[in-house]
Write a protein that binds this ligand. Sequence first.
Ligand SMILES: [Ca+2]
Length: 515
Amino acid sequence: MNRTVSRRSFLKKSAVSVFGFSVLPSYLALGKVETLEVNPQSRRGDVVGIDPHAASGDEAVNRSQDKPNIILFISDDHGWQDSGCYGDGDVHTPNIDRLAKEGMRFMHGFAASPLCSPSRSVIATGMMPHRSGAHKFGAPIKRDLRTMSQYMKELGYHTAHVGKLHVSPLQKFPYDDVIDRYAIPRGNKYESKAPAFIREYDRKEPLFLVVCTHPPHTPWKKNTTYDPATLDLPPNFVDTPETRSDRANYYTDVTLMDKIVGEVLDAVKEKGMADNTLFVYTTDQGAQWPFAKWCVYDGGLRVPLIARWPGKVEAGSVSDAMLCLVDLLPTFMEACGGNPPAELDGRSFLAVLAGDKKTHREVVFGSHTGNDGAAGIANYCPARTIRTRTHRYILNLQPGTQFDTHITGCVDGTSYWKTWVERAKTDSKAREIVLRYQHRPAEELYDLDADPWEMRNLVGKPEHAELLKDLRERLAVWCRQQGDDLAVERLAELGAKGGREGGAGAASGSAARSC
Ligand SMILES: [Ca+2]
């Protein structure tokens, strides 16, 4: 790809017509189909930045055909390193690896939350968890927000969602088609209706499709192909036979998810859509392992992110730009010629995809609350974090609370965790890992170059005092912008002004928006 191509020429290059004539889509005969009513208030031109007088009738249809199809594939709980193309030498992910060879692989993509529904709400709204309103598990987004399905429909797209749709309230997500929707799958979780939907798609409008799988979310399928004894385990694991057995089961689920990625890619190719489709693969957050899901470490927040768009995104490229899944919505909007609303927390990284820019964000933020509702408290470890290229700072809001999760047994537990606890009785390293997982200090600071698994807390080290102070302040500015009063109050107790009284970031919203 010509890396000097301008943003304007980049968008112009994306002008390729796509679909033929519209007929009654036969996917409606596939079985269980759920279609939500489209918001009656939605009209072409309602989206901020779209000129309602720019086109109408046939002209509007022609313009919409100039736009790329967009497919967003979101798996469930896939660790950022757990694919062949991200360096895992054990797991089999031939289709994700193929996607990486044909597109751009991001090495510093981050979710905003290490929990399913909050992270998915961020993706859908372009707003970080406290501004979306959905920072707790299962919480609804704020009623005055708009969502991806609304924005894309008003940009001329036919919008569809297949699979897990773990957001609420559902009327705020008015896809034209919602197929096989579930929070917990009712049928075979290793099958997706997305390939059939793509093959049968025959509308004039470009397609905006979100495909969500349940794998590799637990429960994992029992392994029959991996050799547990030969697997490399992360250094923050306790190496027991039960850990290895479950690791092999997890890899089995990753491979079965990867198979669905391949089936969707094959359907796109067979349909003749491959050259005019922006295909993005990512996941909602890290895998269900200690120090990952429900944790604001890299294991929980850092995600695999790959974008394929032939002729527009350089095949086989690798980007080191830091970005957040909150950036997907404005990127999609800009990719199809829209202007993302200025009030979004997300910022388009289309210029990075085009090869015009190497960087995107200086820092990324994240937050976690947990399950704290009618169903009870679980996976609860309220925390806020800021991550630079080299360091991560974490503010734990309830450091005295023992962290009990699905892993440790607060609901169903895992067989391997019991072996970690047993090993901890006689093994000092295992004891340190178990204690560190369940008991958090008030603050944490990690040097990610020297300590990528975030195992050595630097808070209290005099040589890092200035960095600690700076990161507290920057986090406070962001928390204030988010309306996160509890975190602002706690950071103020630690001396962070959060933009008040001339503190860092007081003069502009740029620091706060640098999320
Ligand atoms: Ca998830």
